[in-house]
Write a protein that binds this ligand. Structure first.
Ligand SMILES: Nc1ncnc2c1ncn2[C@@H]1O[C@H](COP(=O)(O)OP(=O)(O)OP(=O)(O)O)[C@@H](O)[C@H]1O
Ligand SMILES: [Mg+2]
Length: 406
């Protein structure tokens, strides 16, 4: 019963956790790559600065210092004259990057994973522009570092999710334990209370019936009171029986399985309620395919169809029609109970199977309804692995469709 809630809780917990982890990972990755890129760029700028000092023009001739100032093998330095012609180079792995005079003092990313920085070079004494320097470095190492970070974060998330998945199952199980235990106690209480109420109710009913059997010497008003007592105790007996039945199905009732002939069962029930249908001048039809056999609990199935037929009788008006249709569809048996009665409002359709729910709450006592009929139908179908659906239009009628696996 709590499996669905447990699963929903675990999934919700995992969902929230994955969201937090994802946000955390995105933030860490963003910060880390930003700082790596900054470091990389500063390194390029510093190198360019140093390389600019290594260029000078002596007697109109541009000269570059031969001293190696590269930090690693992935870097190159290129010096250019004012026309953009290369005048000096450093670096083993020459990265073939041409100078773009439009974009000096800008960090540029080139398509083949190279980043470069170029700046103008001025004569230190005269401060006139004498050429340009461009430093470049391959991004392979930087990209590798970011890839390693991605792998690390990815596997961290996977491990964290796995661990939290296991712990969330354990936690939700622990959190649900007290709820399940109190629900168990509540079910037990309902079952015990309904059971204990049966005998005193029976005593009230029997005494009222006996008193009504010999009304001589009884005042008319007293006779009315006794019949009200008998009727109220009848309703209470029905209510306690319904509650007891629900408590049994909640607990996982042990089915008394047998081969039930639905033709026989439904014909019998339709016959039983025929007088009431005739009193309301209902068209009371039964259309069944032959040989509708079902392995099920006869008493529970009788209760199920009784509830639906009673509803069909209750929620129809004079002259309406009620049709029960049964057929086999592949390996299933489908029973439809359709009426042309008052129908159900669309926003009530998902509530009618709830316990104690009634569309017209005000008159329930008058008609002895508790709103348990359809809840019992649903439970009985569930223990028979069947399903129920309803199609209804307010003022036009309702059709309850039951599907049983054969
Ligand atoms: N065939 C139907 N046509 C219209 N409304 C229906 C029909 N069957 C059920 N309902 C609506 O669904 C509600 C719940 O039905 P349910 O059988 O569970 O309870 P109930 O008939 O009110 O009481 P109980 O069956 O316990 O005597 C009803 O009160 C009624 O409003
Ligand atoms: Mg009912």
């Amino acid at each position: 019963m709590f499996e669905k809630t447990r699963l929903q809780l675990t999934l919700a917990y995992l969902g929230v956790l994955s969201l937090i982890l994802t946000l955390f990972t995105v933030a860490v990755r963003w910060n880390f790559t930003r700082s790596l890129n900054r470091q990389f760029n500063t390194k390029l700028e510093n190198l360019a600065q140093a390389a600019a000092f290594n260029m000078d023009n002596e007697d109109g001739e541009l000269e570059t210092d031969e001293d190696e100032i590269l930090v690693n093998e992935q870097q190159t330095i290129e010096w250019f004259d004012l026309e953009g012609e290369i005048v000096g180079e450093q670096g083993e792995d020459k990265l073939d990057v041409s100078l773009n005079l439009e974009q000096l003092e800008n960090i540029q990313n080139h398509p083949n994973s190279i980043r470069s920085f170029s700046k103008p070079v001025y004569n230190l004494e005269t401060e006139e522009l004498i050429g340009y320097v461009q430093v470049s470095e391959s991004l392979v190492e930087l990209n590798n570092t970011i890839r390693r970070l991605d792998y690390g974060l990815g596997s961290g998330i996977a491990i964290a999710l796995l661990a939290s998945g296991v712990s969330s199952i354990w936690l939700t199980r622990r959190a649900m334990q007290p709820i399940e235990a109190s629900f168990e106690r509540l079910k037990q209480f309902t079952a015990d209370a309904s059971h204990e109420l049966r005998s005193p109710l029976m005593a009230i009913k029997t005494n009222a019936d006996v008193a009504l059997k010999y009304p001589e010497g009884m005042r008319d008003t007293d006779a009315e009171k006794f019949s009200a007592i008998a009727s109220a105790s009848n309703q209470m007996t029905k209510l306690t029986e319904n509650l007891l039945l629900l408590a049994r199905t909640d607990k996982g009732v042990e089915l008394q399985l047998e081969l039930v002939d639905l033709n026989f069962l439904l014909t019998d029930l339709m016959q039983l309620y025929k007088p009431q249908a005739e009193a309301k001048q209902l068209s009371w039809q039964l259309e069944l395919e032959p040989e509708l056999y079902l392995s099920g609990d006869r008493l529970l199935l009788t209760q199920l169809f009784t509830n639906l037929l009673q509803n069909a009788l209750q929620y129809t008006s004079f002259g309406d029609s009620v049709t029960v249709n049964g057929k086999r569809i592949d390996s299933q048996i489908q029973i439809e109970i359709a009426d042309t009665g008052i129908g159900i409002a669309p926003d009530h359709l998902d509530k009618i199977f709830e316990r104690f729910w009634r569309a017209d709450k005000s008159r329930s006592y008058q008609f002895g309804r508790s709103g348990l009929g359809l809840a019992i139908v649903k439970e009985i179908l569930q223990v028979h692995h069947g399903t129920v659906s309803v199609d209804s239009k307010l003022g036009k009628g309702s059709c309850f469709t039951l599907i049983f696996p054969r």
